[in-house]
Design a binder for this molecule. Sequence first.
Ligand SMILES: Cc1cc2nc3c(=O)[nH]c(=O)nc-3n(C[C@H](O)[C@H](O)[C@H](O)COP(=O)(O)O)c2cc1C
Length: 274
Amino acid sequence: MEIGFGINNAVRQRTSVRTYADTPVSQETKDKILAYARTIENPFGAQVRFQWIEKQTAENGEKLGTYGFIKGANLFLGVTVEDKDGAAESVGYVFEQLVLYITSLGLGTCWLGGTFNKSAFAQQLDIPEGWSFPILSPVGYPAKQRIKEKVFRTAINANNRVASEKLFFSDGFKTPLDLHAVGKYADCLENLRLAPSARNIQPWRVVFDGTAFHFFKKGNMNFMQMVDLGIGINHFMLTANELGLQGTLTKADVSAYPLTADMKYVASWVCENV
Ligand SMILES: Cc1cc2nc3c(=O)[nH]c(=O)nc-3n(C[C@H](O)[C@H](O)[C@H](O)COP(=O)(O)O)c2cc1C
């Protein structure tokens, strides 16, 4: 599968952009982004759609409702999804691949699941019966970070990620995974670790059993943290794809694993070769 950008660069280049320059995004670029979205293969099965929301002026965009968290944006992508099993993971998986593509074009984005006025933006979208509108993102050319933005990033520790020994395990959840023992899969896990997540909580936990990587969600937020899992699994699978690592994403029998009440099984990557 050819994804159209280098995964390692895109993962490291992407950051949440909350301050935008006045430079408009061309129609050609907007068309390219929606055309790319249609090529994304989604292993989680719920349809995800993207619609542009344009504001005449950036000020209008702020009034429309990003509560001052986003500044200068006059173009947004609304993300809608069919209400069915796998909806949240589908949103995470598909939109993150689009975000990485947009990043590779030199544009900024910011996943927004909470700090926007949903009903105001929903009025600008076509949302069919049986679909939801969980996520919005500004899209535009990044400008210099504001002090308010820097303060926000510091408050949620946005520049840092949890160490791999607290996220990846072998032997049930008993032992931190020895990353030297998993060959090129270490790169897949590192790119997963660098993924964005709501409030930067990083709810993904992974257990390797010798032939499969089992993905779990840790935390009590249901929808948004399942979105986070979809994001992390996208980074993992796009990296495996780039490295030529074959495997299948499926549901496995993980009943032997001891799960605390705040943990939920999501999916497993069964390796063809390790
Ligand atoms: C599902 C999801 C929802 C998010 N919702 C918001 C939001 O409502 N407001 C906001 O300012 N940032 C939001 N973020 C951005 C995160 O705060 C950000 O990704 C995280 O702090 C890591 O920073 P980085 O994206 O710059 O790497 C969200 C991210 C994700 C993945």
